[in-house]
Design a protein around this ligand. Structure first.
Ligand code: F6R
Length: 600
């Protein structure tokens, strides 16, 4: 949460910083701000609201001769969204910082500063950080930074400018992401790769407690003992185009339509004929239990994984909400494996769960989309999803890739437990996924029409059994987070144990039926709600006749029953999208949310 950017070069810093912030806005959009350092002075401009508000305000500020600066887009934690709580924050006279993360002991540090007669003007933890650096600054920026961070607890990626060091940006991180982009005669800092892609694909990753000193011609790294470090220059595999809207009204729609391609890339990376995960260092010989830890949609993908692994490989799987798992004192055995799933690879709770598992001596596997992210560096082994940059705050393509990887893991683990014929059939059906997702995308017009019909509904329910219940959990989250419509997902047989009392005349109930063995049971549950006036939409195969209890049907075709949940998700993403868009919402940036949740 929160995005930071920094630029030093010959270009016009305010414009470059604002364009970078637009790329990082998915990380938070409560307020935005920039600060530039010019000979002997720092000019700050910040504003509550989205980056476009800041962009307007910047026009009225004299930013002439501004070639070095830092910027921030905020997801508020400490202090309400307001101009004064917006970053950058000044430490007093010479130090100005932007910060992603949380300084957990800021109250303690605030008291310490107060005892020296130093008081903040905002309610933020960040200003305390800025003041702390300032209070330790005697002309040596690195020693002030290291002095300050040795007192800070929590997580931070800091971009820092000193008014007496124009043209230089200092950066340091602990538990929050930070990259240093390397251009020609210009250099950058950023929370994430898309912000630097218009200028360069070359970047360094900063490690824990390492500080970087960046001028337009050089990037140097230092350890806390002052020793200069040699770092490996990396090349981003994402291109700039993949981080642009490309003619679509929203990133979400573009990302939904990218799914055939990204699923093809993800499956292709780990499938060679009938061999799965040949190139992966993870040892699939699992003697104990599997824990899958994740948050939000990634946790919903985990539910599908559990279903498939237990069904095919008969290995017990426990899906754990990462924020619970980390405090549960889980019973972990040395033969167990913890699989952590995360698009960003930066979700604080998921990382904490992995650290807990590692400290218990348990093997960890990360399923992650962002190269170089903390999870990709900390998990013992990594399987990447090839979703590319996902800009819309609500996940679609990254979730689908996670689901595909988990279905593949289920097949890999099942191995010889399936007959050769069955195994080959199942594995071969993976190749057909992109083509069937394309077909599912053709249901866009029916999804839009159904969305139009249910545009005003304030409550919607999703029901399904087994793997279809897993689909419902994600479909329901997608609807509520972008449309602000209350929605719940229910195992179809469970609805009548209380929640059915919420179903009244016209309540939309979406029933997913891809698992043939359970369709008859779900049909009974559909009839229960239909007889109470529910407006039912069935998502199922063409040959499943629902005409006597349901008028609206979204037909799906799948390469196999195992992969059908992946297909069924696609029209439900479109349905949620059209409801949110139809209600006039900012689909890519839903209120109160941020994409990368780096706080607990
Ligand atoms: C919902 C959504 C979130 C994320 C969750 C975990 O659309 O995107 O629920 O799935 O915040 O994020 P990652 O996968 O980055 O760990």
């Amino acid at each position: 949460m929160c995005g930071i950017i920094g630029y030093t070069g010959d270009g016009y810093a305010p414009e470059i910083l604002i364009q970078g912030l637009k790329k990082l806005e998915y990380r938070g959009y409560d307020s935005a701000g920039i600060a530039v350092s010019r000979a002997g002075e720092t000019v700050i401009c910040k504003k509550r609201g989205k980056v476009e508000e800041l962009e307007k305000k910047v026009q009225s500020v004299d930013f002439s001769d501004s070639h070095c600066g830092i910027g921030h887009t905020r997801w508020a934690t400490h202090g309400e969204p307001s101009d004064v709580n917006s970053h950058p924050h000044s430490g007093g006279r010479r130090v100005t910082i932007v910060h992603n993360g949380i300084i957990e002991n800021y109250l303690e540090l605030k008291e310490e500063l107060a005892s020296k007669g130093l008081y903040p003007v905002s309610q933020t933890d960040t200003e305390i950080g800025a003041m702390l650096i300032e209070s330790m600054y005697d002309g040596d920026p690195l020693s002030a930074i290291y002095g300050a961070i040795s007192k800070m607890r929590g997580s931070f990626a800091l971009g820092i400018i000193f008014s007496d060091r124009p043209g230089t940006i200092y950066a340091v991180r602990r538990d929050s992401p930070l990259i240093i982009g390397v251009g020609e005669g210009e250099n950058f800092i950023a929370s994430d790769i898309p912000a630097i892609l218009p200028y360069t694909k070359s970047y360094y990753l900063a490690d824990e407690d390492e500080a970087a000193v960046i001028t337009k011609d050089s990037v140097r790294f230092f350890a806390k003992d002052g020793q200069e470090l040699k770092k490996e220059l990396l090349t981003a595999t994402w291109d700039e185009q993949s981080a642009q809207k490309g003619g679509y009204k929203h990133f979400m729609l573009k990302e939904i339509y990218e799914q055939p391609a990204v699923i093809s890339a993800t499956v292709g990376a780990y499938k060679n004929g009938t061999e799965l995960f040949e190139s992966c260092s993870f040892d699939f010989d699992i003697k104990g239990k599997i824990y899958i830890v994740a948050c939000g949609s990634a946790m919903h993908a985990a539910l599908l994984g559990k279903f498939a692994i237990e069904k095919l490989a008969r290995i017990p799987v426990s899906v754990e909400i990462a924020s619970e798992f980390r405090y549960d004192n889980p019973i972990l055995g040395s033969d167990d494996v913890v699989i952590a799933i995360s698009q960003s690879g930066e979700t604080a709770d998921t990382l904490a769960a992995v650290r807990l598992a590692k400290s218990a001596g348990v093997r960890t596997l990360g399923i992650v989309n962002v190269w170089g992210s903390t999870l990709s560096r900390e998990a013992d082994d990594v399987i990447y999803t090839y979703a590319g940059p996902e800009i819309c705050v609500a996940t679609t393509k990254a979730y689908l890739c996670q689901a595909a990887v988990l279905e593949m893991i289920a097949l890999k683990l099942a191995g010889s437990k399936l007959s050769e014929e069955e195994y080959t059939k199942q594995v071969s059906s993976l190749d057909k996924l992109p083509e069937y997702i394309e077909k599912a995308l053709e249901s866009d017009s029916i999804c839009r029409a159904l969305a139009q019909k249910n545009l005003e509904a304030e409550h919607q329910f999703y029901i399904g059994r087994g793997q279809d219940y897993c689909v419902c959990t994600e479909a329901s989250l997608k609807l509520k987070e972008i449309s602000y419509v209350h929605s719940e997902s229910y195992a179809a047989g469970e609805l009548k144990h209380g929640t059915i009392s919420l179903v009244v005349d016209g309540t939309p109930v979406i029933a997913v039926m891809t698992e043939r063995a359970r369709i008859a049971k779900t049909v009974s549950n559909i009839k229960e709600v239909a007889s109470r006036g529910a407006a039912v939409i069935c998502v199922t195969y063409d040959d499943v006749d629902v005409s006597d209890f349901c008028k609206d049907k979204i037909i799906i075709e799948a390469p196999s029953e195992l992969l059908a949940p992946i297909i069924a998700n696609v029209p439900l993403q479109l349905y949620a999208y059209h409801i949110a868009d139809g209600r006039g919402n900012d689909v890519d940036k839903p209120r109160n949310l941020a994409k990368s949740v780096t706080v607990e």
